[in-house]
Design a protein around this ligand. Structure first.
Ligand code: SF4
Ligand code: SF4
Length: 328
């Protein structure tokens, strides 16, 4: 289903969505960056820089209370009577990141804490000339309920699920020709990053990257964990128990494979006891282990870790060095 929406239509659509969902839309923060903010009927910044907060954090938050045990030993789950989430403004890479994590948390044994938040959520993609400086964002062509596509004058909308179709049904039909033009333009502007990532992945899987390379990269890491905490496909977590007024609250909390305690055992033994091993693992996991387990790379090339890393060793930078040094 292809529809066409005016600016007024968009605002009306968001007003309606906000009745059934906790709708988050891109808005400007005080420092001029953008983030997903609750829809207030006014603030909307669909066009601009990519969102730095990872979209998966809405379903897999940094601290996620799982259960409470009171002094009588009775266990209770967190209140679950909120409306489902609707996230608007996710680009192709963000949507692929959510799909990747959906599969991880849905694999047996399925993760009910994740699925409780995710199952009824609505995803709205963003494509067309909606990037920074009106840069063209490629279409996701799925992975969401519907996608908004800016053609520089109006908004096209394509539905990919029955729920998406229901929300769009009242709007005027859009031009398939205009959609095809945008699709073709996006294809022509495809970037070489994906090819570079594949080359680095092949070199890693063929064991062509020696330990000395990882020693040199690890020497540049300050172990801040930023690369993991912004990454939409990172799923590692640890558990924390906290005494509250009513009992013990058990939460899961993001972990980072760049931190010293990541795999340290109670005995003190740490199978990833050096920064070299941990740095190698971060890249190897996404480019060699994930293709082996899931049949695809564990990096969706969102660019967040390259933007976040204070010492310039995000995924793309490291892949560049791997291919330059060991490619042929
Ligand atoms: S570019 Fe970095 S942050 Fe984004 S998915 Fe790949 S590894 Fe994760
Ligand atoms: S963001 Fe950079 S410096 Fe920080 S842990 Fe990751 S690789 Fe190391």
């Amino acid at each position: 289903m292809l529809k066409q929406l005016t600016g007024k239509d968009l605002f009306e659509l968001f007003d309606k969505l906000a009745v059934d969902y906790r709708l988050l839309v891109p808005g400007n923060l005080a420092d001029d960056t953008r983030s997903l903010l609750p829809w207030d009927g006014q603030q909307l910044s669909l066009i601009g820089e990519p969102l730095q907060r990872k979209p998966t954090s809405h379903f897999f938050p940094q601290t996620d209370p799982l259960l409470t045990i009171n002094s009588q030993g009775t266990t209770s789950l967190p209140d679950d009577n909120e409306k489902p989430l609707a996230l608007c403004g996710l680009n192709r890479e963000d949507l692929h990141g959510i799909t990747f994590v959906d599969r991880f948390f849905s694999a047996v044994p399925a993760d009910d804490a994740y699925l409780r938040k995710r199952t009824d959520a609505l995803l709205i993609g963003l494509a067309g000339f909606a990037g920074a400086d009106r840069q063209l964002l490629p279409l996701a062509e799925g992975h969401c309920d519907f996608e908004l596509i800016y053609d520089q004058q109006k908004w096209l909308a394509v539905a990919y699920t029955a729920t998406g179709e229901d929300w769009l049904t009242v709007y005027a039909d859009g031009s398939a020709e205009q959609l095809e033009i945008i699709r073709q333009q996006a294809r022509q502007r495809s970037t070489p990053e994906a090819e570079l990532l594949q080359q680095a992945s092949h070199l890693l899987q063929a064991d062509q990257v020696p330990d000395i390379f990882w020693e040199e990269i690890a020497a540049r890491c300050i172990c801040c964990g930023g690369c993991n905490f912004v990454c939409p496909t990172c799923t590692c977590f640890c558990m924390q128990d906290r005494q509250t007024a009513t009992g013990i609250e058990r939460s899961r909390v993001w972990d980072s494979c760049q931190l010293d305690a990541f795999m340290r055992e109670a005995s003190g033994y740490n199978p990833l006891g050096t920064e070299t091993l941990r740095t190698r693992r971060r890249i190897h996991h996404k480019l060699a282990a994930d293709p082996h387990r899931w049949g695809e790379l564990g990096c969706v090339l969102c660019g967040r870790c390259d933007r976040a890393c204070p010492t310039g060793i995000g995924m793309f930078s490291i892949c560049k060095e791997i291919v330059q040094q060991f490619g042929f």
